[in-house]
Ligand binder design. Structure first.
Ligand code: PAZ
Length: 386
């Protein structure tokens, strides 16, 4: 049975002492967070899979809690922002789920049971080694003379290793994968799973690596059907025409999308009006899983603001660790921002950056191990580039 996580830098009390305050400002913030939560979860519809996923997550957590095993929730991949209720179009982001899937493997190796909340069809622990477009699994196999399919010699060792790890996790029921697609699915699932993890106390770790959209279309502004690029149907049938919205002269002619003029009239443009997604990290830290260990990620593209934003997030939400990364270098370097150590860069040495996957494995391994045993500057120093 794995040992309890050490408190070290992840000790809740050390961060909590800073947050215990009865100032009016804090009370106001708490009320605002509660209102935002109630508003969001009342006004938006729970995903169809939520009940089933809740039952699976509950059984998984209870099973491992009974053994005193640590459980980590790893969130992974991007969230979509649908533009229509019957969704044809949506906004997405870059995340393939590499960080999350890789981290999950390290957590399994470290003795955790892993609840893997991931964007549907993004990378999964273990299978990620063979499912990427540049690493098609068929390239690793050949047909032997007896008609059996076997692994090519040069890949066999690694394949056997990955296969054994995968089977071991499966046999011990250590990995539960739950998919989401939209930002709304993600928020509902995150809330329910975090709440289910609450009884685990510090044996529950939340490792929030998903790339979560900051903006969305609220339900009251989302159209039911596919957004049209011409008003031909509207002209013929009158369907979809909002009389109160009629501007004389504006839509008298059916338009098409082949407008050669760079000055496209407003009536022909698709103008997307997004609201900010409420920030629920405060609710998660204070209400959903107040005793859990919470690691969040911060992604930026501007190096000038990354550390500042990560520190701001840590101070504002009072959790245990923010791992900051830049889009362009996320596979090679991250910065750990903690209440105690402030910030510490972890880098994969340059000579090991040739292979992107190896690079990230090394680095995320350290991140995951740090989450397990506490922050170890020496170990990180070993990896840091000179
Ligand atoms: O999925 P991936 O490996 O391509 O990218 C990982 C990441 C950059 C999404 C992750 O490390 C991260 O920073 N997640 C949080 C992003 C954010 O919402 O700020």
């Amino acid at each position: 049975m794995p040992a309890s996580p050490t408190s070290s830098i992840f000790s809740k009390t050390s961060t909590r002492t800073m947050s215990i305050s009865s100032s009016r400002h804090d009370v106001h913030q708490d009320e605002t967070a509660e209102l935002a939560e109630r508003g969001y979860f009342n006004e938006n519809t729970a995903p169809a899979a939520l009940e089933r996923h809740t039952a699976l997550a509950r059984a998984f957590i209870n099973e491992h809690a009974a053994f005193g095993r640590r459980v980590v929730l790893v969130t992974s991949g991007g969230t979509t922002v649908p533009l229509e209720k019957q969704t044809v179009r949506f906004i997405d982001n870059f995340s393939a789920g590499t960080r999350g899937a890789t981290s999950a493997e390290y957590f399994l190796e470290a003795g955790y049971a892993v609840l893997f909340l991931h964007r549907q069809f993004s990378l999964l622990p273990y299978s990620r080694h063979y499912s990427h477009a540049t690493d098609c699994f068929l390239d690793f196999l050949h047909e032997a003379s007896d008609g059996n399919v076997v692994a090519n010699d040069q890949y066999r060792e690694k394949m056997v290793k990955v296969l054994r790890q995968y089977n071991s996790a499966k046999q011990q029921n250590l990995l539960l994968t739950l998919p989401f697609t939209t930002i709304n699915d993600y928020l509902f699932e995150l809330r329910v799973i975090a709440q289910l993890m609450r009884p685990l106390g510090p044996n529950g770790l939340l490792y929030l690596a998903a790339a979560v959209s900051d903006f969305f279309v609220p339900p009251e502004r989302m159209v039911e059907h596919k957004i049209q690029s011409t008003n031909a149907v509207e002209k013929q049938t009158g369907k979809g025409k909002d009389k109160s919205d009629h501007t004389p002269g504006q839509d008298e002619e059916a338009f098409d999308n082949f407008d050669s003029s760079p000055e496209v009239p407003r009536s022909k443009r698709l103008i997307v009006d997004l609201d900010p997604v409420p920030k629920f990290l405060k609710n998660l830290v204070d209400g959903w899983a107040p005793e859990g260990m919470i690691v969040s990620f911060k992604l930026e593209t501007d190096p000038e603001i990354l550390v500042h934003k990560a520190q701001y997030s840590l101070e504002r939400y009072q959790h245990h660790l923010v791992i900051g990364n830049l889009l362009s270098t996320r596979k090679w370097e991250v910065v750990f921002v903690t209440p105690q150590a402030k910030n510490e860069w972890v880098r994969v040495p340059r000579h090991r950056r040739k292979n992107a996957l190896d690079g990230i494995e090394d680095m995320v391994g350290i991140a995951a191990k740090s989450a397990e045993v506490g922050y170890k500057p020496l170990e990180m120093g070993d990896l840091a580039e000179g």
